[in-house]
Design a binder for this molecule. Structure first.
Ligand SMILES: *[C@@H]1O[C@H](CO)[C@@H](O)[C@H](O)[C@H]1NC(C)=O
Ligand SMILES: *[C@@H]1O[C@H](CO)[C@@H](O)[C@H](O)[C@H]1NC(C)=O
Ligand SMILES: *[C@@H]1O[C@H](CO)[C@@H](O)[C@H](O)[C@H]1NC(C)=O
Ligand SMILES: *[C@@H]1O[C@H](CO)[C@@H](O)[C@H](O)[C@H]1NC(C)=O
Ligand SMILES: *[C@@H]1O[C@H](CO)[C@@H](O)[C@H](O)[C@H]1NC(C)=O
Ligand SMILES: *[C@@H]1O[C@H](CO)[C@@H](O)[C@H](O)[C@H]1NC(C)=O
Ligand SMILES: *[C@@H]1O[C@H](CO)[C@@H](O)[C@H](O)[C@H]1NC(C)=O
Ligand SMILES: *[C@@H]1O[C@H](CO)[C@@H](O)[C@H](O)[C@H]1NC(C)=O
Ligand SMILES: *[C@@H]1O[C@H](CO)[C@@H](O)[C@H](O)[C@H]1NC(C)=O
Ligand SMILES: *[C@@H]1O[C@H](CO)[C@@H](O)[C@H](O)[C@H]1NC(C)=O
Ligand SMILES: *[C@@H]1O[C@H](CO)[C@@H](O)[C@H](O)[C@H]1NC(C)=O
Ligand SMILES: *[C@@H]1O[C@H](CO)[C@@H](O)[C@H](O)[C@H]1NC(C)=O
Length: 510
C-alpha cells in the first residue's frame, strides 16, 4: 500500500518533462516550416514564444547556457574548443554537477535520460573520453563530438557504441527516436522523468534520410531584404563580405537550405513518435514538452554564405514551443525569454525554486500558465559572443593573415577573434532595440531599432538619441557583470526611462 500511495502522489502530482533540442534551427528564415507535426503537436497544443533568444549564437556556449541557466560570463564556456571550456575538465569540475538535470535528479526525484549531441567536445580523450558520463543522468546516450548523421560513436552509459552508415540501423535522428521510445518503455513508473533529446539536425553535413532526399527540391533560401546585401555600416568582418555573392556561393547556400529542411522531416517524425508513445502510455496529459534550438542560422544575409556566430536576429532568435498540463492550447506570447530560462523553468515545474540556484535565468512557467502580467516581466536580456579565430592564416584566405576562421572563397570569413561582442536586446511595448559593443580595435558599436528595421539594414549607433545610447550602454555593463539574482531583473529595474519609453514610477535608476 505505501508504494501504491507514493505512486499515486508522485505519478499524479509531479509532471514529466521532455526537452527536444535541435542544432542550428533558425526561426527568421522559416526554419519551422517543415515541422508541421511538431507545430500541431506542441505549438498548437500549447504556447509559442515569438521573442525567444539565445545567450550566445554558437553551439557549445549556448548549450552550456541551457544546461547551467547561466550567461557565458558566468559558465565560462566561451567557444567550441576544449581551451574555451567546451566539455573541458574545468567545466566538469566547476559547472557540470550544477546543471539543471543534475538538480532534477538529486533534489526533485526525477529519473533522467539524455540522447544525442551534448557539448561539441564531449568524448575528447583529454576530457575523459566517452567513459565520462556527466553527473545528472541515469541513462546516457551521448554523441561523441559534433553533429553527424552516420559513422559516429555514441557513449551508452560510458561504453562506446560505433555506428556505420546503414539507414535502417544508424541514421542518428532515428536512433535517438528509437532509444527515446525504449526509455519510455523501460523506465520506472514510480518516478517522474526528464528526457532530453538533442538532434544533429539541421546542423551540417545536412544528410537527409533516403525517403526525404528529393523533398523541397524547388525551395530556395528566402530572398529577404537583407539577402545578398552589403553590410556597409556594420563591423569589420561583415564589411569584408563580397556583394553580390558569386553564383557558386548562392548555389551552395540554396542547396544547404534545402538539405537542412530535408533533415528536419526526420526530426518531425521523432517528435510525433514521442508524443504518440506518451499518449498510448497515458502519460501525455502529465508531460511538459519543450521544443527549441541552440542558435539560429543564416544563408546569404549580408552576403555571408552559411553559419551562425553573428549578433543579428537570424542567429540569436530561436523557435520555442511548449505544451504541458497547465498550458492552454494555441497561445502565442511576445514576452522576452532566453535559453538561460529553460533550466529555471524546468526546475520550477519540478517544484524547485531558481532562488536555490546560482542561475541567471528566470522561470517562465508563470507566463505559460497565464499568471504573469507583461508589465511585471523583464524587458532585456544579454547576448555574449567570443569570436573564434586561428593563429595561422586560413587556407581559404591567406590575404587577411591570422585571426580569422570559417572562410569561404574570396576571403569571406564567418568569424574572427575580434568578432567578439556583447549586446543588450530590449523587448518592451515601448522599445524593440538592440545595442551591441565590440571588443575590437574600433570599439565598434551597432544599434538597431527592430520595430522600424526588422532586417537590421541600418545601424543607428551614430544617429540614435544620445540619452538612449547611454542608458543602453549602462544596462549592458550591468548585465555583463550580473550573476544569479542580479541578472533576473524585473521590468521596473530594467526599463529605460528616457524619452520614447514608458517609465514605471518605482524605477531607481532614473
Ligand atoms: C505543412 O503544411 C502546409 C500547410 O498545410 C503545407 O502547405 C506544407 O506542404 C506542409 N509541409 C510539409 C513538409 O508537409
Ligand atoms: C574555464 O573554466 C574555468 C572554471 O570556470 C575558469 O577558471 C577558466 O577561466 C575558464 N577558461 C576560459 C578560457 O574562460
Ligand atoms: C561512412 O564510412 C564508410 C567507411 O569508412 C564510408 O565508405 C562512407 O562513405 C561513410 N559514410 C558517410 C555518410 O559518412
Ligand atoms: C527504429 O525502429 C524501427 C521500428 O522498430 C525500425 O524499423 C528502424 O529500423 C529503427 N531505426 C534505427 C535507425 O534504428
Ligand atoms: C522534385 O521531386 C519530385 C518528387 O518529390 C519529382 O517529381 C520532381 O521531378 C523533382 N524535381 C526536380 C527538379 O528534381
Ligand atoms: C550568375 O547568375 C545570374 C543570375 O542567375 C546570371 O545572370 C549571371 O550570368 C551568372 N553569372 C555567371 C558568371 O555565371
Ligand atoms: C489551434 O488552432 C488551430 C488553427 O486555428 C485549430 O485547428 C486547432 O484545433 C486548435 N487547437 C486546439 C487544441 O485548440
Ligand atoms: C525568489 O526571490 C525573489 C527575490 O528575492 C522573490 O521575489 C521571490 O518571491 C522568490 N521566489 C520564491 C519561489 O521563493
Ligand atoms: C496587469 O497589467 C495591467 C495593465 O498594465 C494592470 O491594469 C493590471 O492591474 C495588472 N494586473 C496584475 C494582476 O498585476
Ligand atoms: C577558444 O578560447 C580559448 C581561450 O580563450 C583560446 O585559447 C582559443 O584560441 C579559442 N579557440 C578558437 C578557435 O578561437
Ligand atoms: C580584426 O582582426 C583582423 C585580423 O585578425 C584585422 O585585420 C582587423 O583589422 C581587425 N579589425 C578590428 C576592427 O579590430
Ligand atoms: C523605433 O521605430 C519605431 C517605429 O518606426 C518608432 O516609433 C520608435 O520611436 C523608434 N524608437 C527609437 C528609439 O528610435
Amino acid at each position: 500500500l505505501p508504494t501504491l500511495l507514493s505512486c499515486l502522489l508522485i505519478c499524479v502530482t509531479v509532471p514529466n518533462i521532455v526537452l527536444v533540442l535541435t542544432d542550428d534551427l533558425d526561426i527568421t528564415m522559416g526554419g519551422v516550416s517543415p515541422l508541421n507535426k511538431t507545430k500541431k503537436l506542441i505549438g498548437d497544443a500549447g504556447i509559442s514564444f515569438t521573442n525567444a533568444f539565445v545567450a550566445s549564437p554558437l553551439c557549445c556556449p549556448s548549450r552550456a547556457s541551457i544546461l547551467t541557466g547561466k550567461y557565458p560570463h558566468n559558465h565560462h564556456v566561451i567557444n567550441n574548443t576544449l581551451e574555451g571550456n567546451c566539455s573541458s575538465k574545468a567545466w566538469q569540475k566547476s559547472e557540470e554537477a550544477q546543471t539543471f538535470p543534475a538538480l532534477l535528479k538529486s533534489f526533485a526525484g526525477y529519473q533522467t535520460f539524455f540522447a544525442g549531441k551534448y557539448l561539441n567536445q564531449y568524448g575528447h580523450s583529454e576530457a575523459g573520453g566517452v567513459e565520462h558520463v556527466p553527473p545528472g543522468w541515469n541513462y546516457w546516450v551521448g554523441l561523441e563530438k559534433n553533429s553527424k548523421y552516420y559513422n559516429y560513436t555514441l557513449s551508452l552509459n560510458g561504453k562506446a557504441q560505433k555506428h556505420g552508415a546503414d539507414y535502417s540501423k544508424d541514421y542518428l535522428t532515428d536512433v535517438l527516436a528509437n532509444m527515446s521510445l525504449d526509455f519510455l518503455q523501460y523506465k520506472s513508473n514510480y518516478q517522474p522523468f526528464f528526457m532530453m533529446v538533442s538532434t544533429p539536425a539541421p546542423h551540417s553535413p545536412w544528410t537527409a534520410a533516403p525517403q526525404y532526399q528529393d523533398r523541397f527540391n524547388t525551395t530556395k533560401a528566402p530572398r529577404d531584404p537583407n539577402f545578398n546585401v552589403h553590410g556597409k555600416d556594420k563591423h569589420w568582418l561583415i564589411r569584408q563580405a563580397k556583394t553580390p555573392m558569386s553564383n557558386s556561393s548562392v548555389q551552395f547556400l540554396d542547396d544547404a537550405f534545402r538539405k537542412r529542411w530535408q533533415t528536419l522531416l526526420s526530426v518531425d517524425d521523432l517528435v510525433e513518435k514521442i508524443v504518440e508513445r506518451l499518449e498510448v502510455r497515458g502519460e501525455l496529459d502529465n508531460t511538459y514538452i519543450f521544443f527549441t534550438s541552440d542558435n539560429g542560422y543564416h544563408t546569404g544575409q549580408f552576403s555571408l554564405p552559411v553559419d551562425k556566430r553573428q549578433l543579428y536576429e537570424f542567429d540569436i532568435r530561436v523557435p520555442l514551443m511548449v505544451r504541458g498540463p497547465n498550458i492552454k492550447p494555441n497561445q502565442t506570447s511576445q514576452m522576452l525569454v532566453a535559453n538561460v530560462d529553460l533550466g529555471p523553468t524546468i526546475l520550477d515545474i519540478a517544484g524547485y525554486s531558481v532562488n536555490k540556484t546560482q542561475m541567471d535565468g528566470m522561470s517562465f512557467l508563470p507566463i505559460m500558465e497565464g499568471r504573469m502580467n507583461s508589465s511585471s516581466w523583464r524587458t532585456d536580456i544579454l547576448v555574449e559572443y567570443e569570436g573564434e579565430g586561428r593563429n595561422v592564416s586560413d587556407p581559404a584566405c591567406p590575404l587577411l593573415g591570422p585571426g580569422v576562421s570559417e572562410c569561404f572563397p574570396d576571403c569571406v570569413c564567418e568569424d574572427s577573434y575580434n568578432n567578439t561582442y556583447a549586446c543588450v536586446r530590449t523587448v518592451a511595448p515601448s522599445a524593440n532595440l538592440q545595442y551591441c559593443e565590440f571588443d575590437d580595435n574600433e570599439v565598434f558599436a551597432e544599434v538597431y531599432n527592430v520595430t522600424a528595421d526588422p532586417y537590421q539594414l541600418t545601424n543607428i549607433a551614430k544617429t540614435i538619441d544620445q540619452e538612449i545610447l547611454e542608458k543602453m550602454n549602462h544596462r549592458l555593463m550591468l548585465l555583463q557583470s550580473c550573476s544569479g539574482q542580479s541578472c533576473r531583473t524585473p521590468v521596473n529595474k530594467s526599463q529605460l526611462c528616457v524619452q520614447g519609453f514608458s517609465c514605471d514610477i518605482t524605477v531607481n535608476n532614473c
